[in-house]
Design a protein around this ligand. Structure first.
Ligand code: XLS
Ligand code: NI
Ligand code: NI
Length: 437
């Protein structure tokens, strides 16, 4: 039985930075108070089903390398159940609060739409039982609208409305399941919502359909009384050349266009941020500025590779900058840090799944401690406030006052008749300060 798969492992505990145990947390001390809040409540870690339990270790050049018991043979009812049991047992062994899934991650393979719904419904019944048994919760659910061949030209942006309708069926069921399982959020990653060639693509039609789909999803959320947050996960490309949900700013413009900016937030993934030519912290800062920061998919890319390598985070320095933005935003609310990350193809042992997650958890926990120390120290925050202090003064208020015209603002400069005083941005001072923590 798959429940035995993790039997040789004890529950992972906090043992402090001097521990010699590879299977212990050195920085993640879930009850430790950081800026008045427990670490567990700041971070709300989740394990994802797809990379850690479904993916067999295959790549475009070769077959799966992992031999987990549920990978031996077709994904039928028995194996899907084993996989679910193993996943929830693993999250409990890590002592992390949450998990995340796509519909197809948790269910047995199915052919017709009727079988698909039946198979998913069975999986959801079992998950409800497993959540109770293992004391774990759902951070978010989602529907896989990109894996099946029917979605090769997109789901909501498919030229064929029959495909749109199939997608609606999957999202209805996945949203209702998320609601029933007490999920904190529901995610929409636009898997193939984009295009490869403009020669066969009508962007205007596809955008309108995409907006319609999201409006229908939000409406359904309210109809069923789901109070979690709907999240869009931006990504600039892969699998399509041009993904419509390019980055946070693009998603915000889309939400505005369809009147959904107060309904939907973003799930920011580190590796997607870097693929779009931004930093991870830029995307979080932008979402904070726009009021749409929802949740985080924690991972990292490879600076030399231009694709979504989904590695576990391991740089405290990089994560500190991201965590500063999360703290400035007042935290993630319903969101959390979901490990949308996979161990490498040669990391074939059960222990490797632990090492990947433990490393990610400790990296993020340590970044949280650093970021909190920087904020509590106050020097950087004071410098940032001082830099913009003019906007609290007379001129700043005049510029924003109702009725102020461009001419009035321009006349201020003419009357003052002097060069604004140049002030250093002190980037190196900022960088040195950060490095002291
Ligand atoms: C793929 C995405 C995906 C979403 C969920 O790049 O990160 O895993 O998080 O559909
Ligand atoms: Ni993701
Ligand atoms: Ni991704």
């Amino acid at each position: 039985m798959s429940a035995d798969y993790f039997a040789p492992f004890a529950t992972v505990k906090y043992e402090g930075p001097d521990s010699t145990n590879d299977l212990a947390y050195r920085w993640y001390d879930k009850d430790r108070l950081v800026m008045g809040k427990r670490m567990e409540d700041h971070l709300r870690f989740a394990v994802c089903m797809w990379h850690s339990f479904c993916w067999p270790g295959s790549d475009v050049f070769g077959a799966g390398t992992f031999s987990r018991p549920w990978h031996a043979g077709p994904n039928d009812r028995v194996r899907a159940a084993q996989k679910r049991e193993a996943a929830l047992a693993f999250v409990e062994k890590l002592d992390l609060p949450f998990y995340c899934f796509h519909d197809v991650d948790v269910m047995a393979d199915a052919e017709t739409i009727g079988e698909f719904r039946q198979s998913f419904a069975e999986a959801v019944d079992h998950l409800e039982e497993l959540q109770g048994k293992h004391g774990r919760r759902l951070l978010w659910g989602t529907a896989n609208l990109f894996g099946h061949p029917r979605y090769m030209a997109g789901a909501a942006t498919n030229p064929d409305p029959e495909v749109f309708a199939w997608a609606a069926s999957q999202v209805r069921d996945a949203l209702e399941a998320t609601h029933r399982l007490g999920g904190a959020n529901y995610v929409l990653w636009g898997g193939r919502e984009g295009y490869d060639s403009i020669l066969n693509t009508e962007i205007g039609v596809e955008q309108r359909n995409f907006g319609r789909f999201l409006n229908l999803v939000v409406d359904h959320k309210h109809r069923i009384g789901f109070t979690g947050t709907i999240l869009i996960e931006p990504k600039p490309h892969e699998p399509t050349k041009h993904q419509y949900d390019f980055d946070t700013q693009t998603v915000y413009a889309f939400l505005k266009r369809f009147g959904l900016e107060n309904e939907v937030k973003v799930n920011i993934e580190a590796n997607h941020a870097t693929l779009s030519g931004h930093t991870f912290e830029h995307e979080i800062a932008m979402a904070r500025a726009l009021g749409i920061l929802g949740s985080i998919d924690a991972n990292r890319g490879d600076p030399q590779n231009g694709w979504d390598t989904d590695q576990f985070p391991n740089s405290v320095e990089e994560l500190t900058l991201a965590m500063l933005e999360v703290l400035r935003a007042g935290g993630l609310g319903n969101g959390g840090f979901n490990f949308d990350a996979k161990v490498r193809r040669q990391s074939i042992d059960a222990a490797d799944l632990f090492h990947g997650h433990i490393g990610g958890v400790d990296t993020i926990a340590r970044a949280l401690l650093r970021a909190a120390a920087i904020i509590e120290d106050g020097q950087l925050e004071r410098f940032r406030v001082d830099r913009y202090a003019g906007w609290q003064g007379e001129l700043g208020r005049m510029i924003h006052a109702d009725g102020t015209s461009l001419a009035q603002v321009a006349d201020h400069a003419v009357a003052a008749n002097h060069e604004p005083e140049a002030r250093s941005g002190r980037q190196e001072w900022c960088e040195n300060l950060i490095n002291r923590f």
